[in-house]
Each structure stands twice: as structure tokens, then as C-alpha cells.
Design a protein around this ligand. Structure first.
Ligand SMILES: *[C@@H]1O[C@H](CO)[C@@H](O)[C@H](O)[C@H]1NC(C)=O
Ligand SMILES: *[C@@H]1O[C@H](CO)[C@@H](O)[C@H](O)[C@H]1NC(C)=O
Ligand SMILES: *[C@@H]1O[C@H](CO)[C@@H](O)[C@H](O)[C@H]1NC(C)=O
Ligand SMILES: *[C@@H]1O[C@H](CO)[C@@H](O)[C@H](O)[C@H]1NC(C)=O
Length: 198
């Protein structure tokens, strides 16, 4: 009797000791408005149903710990989720049976940055795993504001020599007309005053 109790204690401690929650990546780097997949792996037990699975994931920040994901006895509890993540988290139901928790977080915000902790509780053990996410602000987009600076000078610079040419031509013509006019009036002046011109 004592022996079997001892054996049971040893067995349970061994079983719970072997239950692990790992992270596939300890740190993630992403940009604002992009998306990311956070992944945890945990020990599976083929003899237990997925109904015994409880998962609680939260973001650890100073004052409040917004809940990212909550699974209660194999069923998602959307009410638990913080409004910060509302409509932005999806999970892979298919891979959960293989002991993989994959959470897709879309439209990332800079305030999503921080340490994420997932607690996994099962009938055969419990543990937790954590990973860090760093969401950097989207870079200022100067690209659409400055299309291509090479084309405007190209279109504006050629008219300049062109107009200069026209001005030159106009000036030259005026000068020629004036010269011719002067010459003839000079000639007339000379003829009228009987001044011989060679
Ligand atoms: C957790 O990580 C350890 C060490 O890398 C590995 O031996 C073990 O198989 C992993 N377990 C799970 C459930 O991912
Ligand atoms: C987040 O990423 C930026 C850009 O790579 C880096 O400068 C910053 O130190 C990172 N912050 C943390 C907490 O890792
Ligand atoms: C403008 O176009 C040229 C060639 O088409 C390219 O080399 C240059 O980087 C572009 N400049 C900008 C500001 O987009
Ligand atoms: C600039 O203008 C000239 C003349 O209109 C044209 O032949 C040339 O291809 C243009 N260059 C660029 C980079 O657009």
C-alpha cells in the first residue's frame, strides 16, 4: 500500500517534471502593420484528449497584462482576450494536437512589444514558456512624396535654352530690321542733303 502510494508520487512528479513548454524563437523582430507568428511547443500525451488542454497567453507589461489568447479545456475563450488584440490573433487548430501552439498576430502595433508568456496546463502537467517581441515603428515613407527628381529638371531645363534661342532670334531680327531701317533712312537723308555716299 505504502509502496504503491510512493510509486504514484514518484510517477506523478516524474510526469510533471517532464512536461515542458518551449519557444521556437526566444525573440522576434517585426515592423509596425506587419504580421508575425509566435510559436510555442509543449509535451504531448497520446492518452489524453485535447479537452484537457488549457492555455493562457499574455503580454507582460508594467501595469496591465493584456491577454493574447485563452484556451479553456480545448475551447477558445474570446471574451478573455484583451481588446488590444481583438480580431488580430489567429491560431492553428490542426497543429495543437502535435503540441504546437502557433499564434498569428496581424497588423502589429508598437505597443505589442514586450514579453509574451504562455501557460500550458494539462492533466499530465503544466509549464510555461516566454518569448520577446519587438515591434518597431514603420519608417516614414518619403518615397511617394519624392517621385523622381531627375525627370522634372529634365522637362523644365530644355525649354530654357529653347526660349533663350527664341529670344536671341527675336533680338537678332529686330536688330537687323533696325539696321536696315537705319541704313535706308540714312541713305534717304544723304540723298536729300546731296551727300554722296560711296
Ligand atoms: C524542448 O526543448 C528541448 C531542448 O531543446 C528538447 O529536448 C525538447 O524535445 C523540446 N520539447 C518540446 C515539447 O518541444
Ligand atoms: C527593438 O529593435 C530596434 C531596431 O532593431 C532596436 O534598436 C531596439 O533596441 C530593440 N529593442 C529591444 C527591446 O530589443
Ligand atoms: C529616379 O530614376 C532613376 C533612374 O530611372 C533612378 O536611378 C533614381 O534612383 C530615381 N530617383 C528617385 C528619387 O526615385
Ligand atoms: C531628358 O530629355 C531629353 C530630351 O527631351 C531626352 O532625350 C532624355 O531621354 C531625357 N532623359 C531622361 C532621364 O528622362
Amino acid at each position: 500500500m505504502i509502496c504503491s502510494i510512493l510509486l504514484l508520487i514518484i510517477l506523478t512528479s516524474c510526469v510533471s517534471g517532464t512536461f515542458v513548454v518551449n519557444v521556437t524563437q526566444t525573440s522576434y523582430q517585426a515592423e509596425e502593420n506587419h504580421h508575425i507568428t509566435l510559436e510555442w511547443t509543449f509535451t504531448t500525451n497520446p492518452h489524453t484528449s485535447s479537452n484537457s488542454l488549457n492555455i493562457f497567453c499574455e503580454l507582460l507589461i508594467d501595469l496591465r497584462n493584456p491577454v493574447l489568447f485563452h484556451l479553456h479545456e480545448g475551447v477558445e475563450v474570446p471574451e478573455s482576450q484583451d481588446e488590444q488584440f481583438a480580431g488580430r490573433v489567429q491560431w492553428d487548430k490542426d497543429v495543437l494536437r502535435e503540441g504546437r501552439l502557433r499564434l498569428h498576430v496581424s497588423r502589429l502595433r508598437t505597443e505589442d512589444s514586450g514579453l509574451y508568456l504562455c501557460d500550458v496546463l494539462t492533466s499530465y502537467g503544466s509549464n510555461s514558456g516566454r518569448c520577446r517581441l519587438n515591434v518597431t515603428a514603420a519608417r516614414d515613407r518619403p518615397e511617394p512624396e519624392t517621385p523622381n527628381t531627375t525627370s522634372p529638371p529634365n522637362t523644365t531645363s530644355p525649354p530654357q535654352p529653347e526660349s533663350r534661342g527664341w529670344i536671341g532670334l527675336y533680338c537678332g531680327l529686330t536688330a537687323a530690321v533696325l539696321l536696315v531701317g537705319c541704313f535706308y533712312s540714312f541713305k534717304t537723308f544723304c540723298r536729300e542733303n546731296q551727300i554722296p555716299i560711296r
